[in-house]
Ligand binder design. Structure first.
Ligand SMILES: Nc1ncnc2c1ncn2[C@@H]1O[C@H](COP(=O)(O)OP(=O)(O)OP(=O)(O)O)[C@@H](O)[C@H]1O
Length: 317
């Protein structure tokens, strides 16, 4: 077979990803797998090798290369539980994806991992190759890994920081392929577990979620201190459950007060990223594994506004 036939066969299999050189009876292929996940890379490599070997009667040698992706972690944190941190993390990931980023989601909440349910991936189990995990796909184009997929429920409650950070390493160092932005849903609170996690995995920035109540805001200030201590910049503050939207008439009211997080942000000189209203639709959609940011409804709007601010921040840093 001729070199031209082999070139055409390799090109048909690999497009622009392959360069081919001939040296006597040997065909050498360099395959650029930048941006492909593990399974895609293996499949492409096998396809190109098969095409080359069918066309070339001599030896075929192949080298697979990939550019390093500069992947950044955005931590989503809260001073206490139940403020909607996981809801925000899931919707932020989906809304950042809608802005063209390649987003993955890591659920590091060892106390109550809820991302598999929020992201409609409860029945998925990650596989591992050479001890490196392969994130599970979700219906929203955001691959995901969760502590809930690694550990039995309730098992990690008594973990100290180093153990939690060690488990997190498995999730962060997984085969994320082309993912350039990892949204990290941290465990609620500001103790040793959270500090060790952020010190070890150095997020590019943090989003702090709070409800308008004073107590939650005091807790939010503790979360801000935690990131200051670890030298991680705060991208900004999100106020969740801010104002109640009546499902019947659509009227907004403020059962927990109004603007507390915005005032706290201003007082601390931090950016305010936006308010998410308390809306029954957000809860029912989340419980049903259909995050509002994935649809076109009114409940998704606030998350897209917040994602736009986070996206800007990432462009500037
Ligand atoms: N803006 C909102 N409007 C209505 N319900 C909300 C809103 N945000 C979150 N919720 C609901 O509040 C509950 C707690 O939210 P979520 O699990 O996201 O909080 P969390 O801070 O991650 O909690 P945890 O401490 O358990 O990790 C969930 O039932 C969620 O659907």
């Amino acid at each position: 077979m001729t070199q031209d036939v082999t070139k055409a066969a390799v090109r048909a299999a690999a497009g622009d990803r392959a360069t081919l050189r001939f040296d006597g009876t040997r065909a050498g292929i360099v395959l650029d797998a930048t941006g492909l996940g593990g399974a895609e890379r293996d499949a492409l490599e096998a396809k190109v090798r098969a095409a080359a070997e069918a066309a070339w009667s001599g030896e075929v040698r192949m080298v697979v290369t990939a550019e390093r992706i500069n992947r950044r972690i955005i931590a989503v944190a809260s001073g206490k539980g139940g403020v909607g941190k996981s809801t925000l993390a899931a919707n932020l990931a989906i809304a950042l994806k809608a802005r063209g980023r390649r987003v993955g989601l890591v659920d590091a909440d060892i106390y109550g991992p809820s991302q598999p349910r929020l992201m409609a991936a409860e029945d998925e189990r990650p596989t591992a190759k050479d001890k490196v995990l392969d994130p599970v796909a979700t219906p929203f184009g955001v691959p995901m890994l969760s502590m809930g997929q690694l550990i039995a429920p309730g098992k990690a409650i008594a973990w100290r920081g180093p153990m939690a950070a060690g488990a997190l390493t498995q999730l962060v160092d997984a085969d994320w392929g082309a993912t350039d932005t990892l949204v990290l849903d941290l465990p609620p609170g500001t103790g040793d577990v959270q500090l060790t996690m952020v010190q070890k995995h150095k997020p590019a920035g943090a989003v702090i979620v709070s409800t308008p109540q004073d107590l939650a805001l005091i807790d939010a200030t503790r979360a801000i201190d935690l990131f200051d201590k670890a030298g991680i910049p705060i991208i900004g503050l999100v106020e969740n459950m801010a104002g109640y939207i009546c499902p019947h008439c659509g009227e907004a009211s403020d059962p927990f007060g109004n603007g507390g997080a915005q005032e706290t942000a201003a007082r601390l000189g931090l950016p305010f990223l936006g308010r998410v209203p308390l809306a029954i639709g957000i809860r029912t959609a989340s419980d049903a594994g259909a995050p509002p940011a994935a649809g076109n409804g009114a409940d998704g709007v606030a998350f897209h506004t917040i994602a736009a601010a986070v996206d800007d921040w990432l462009h500037q840093h």
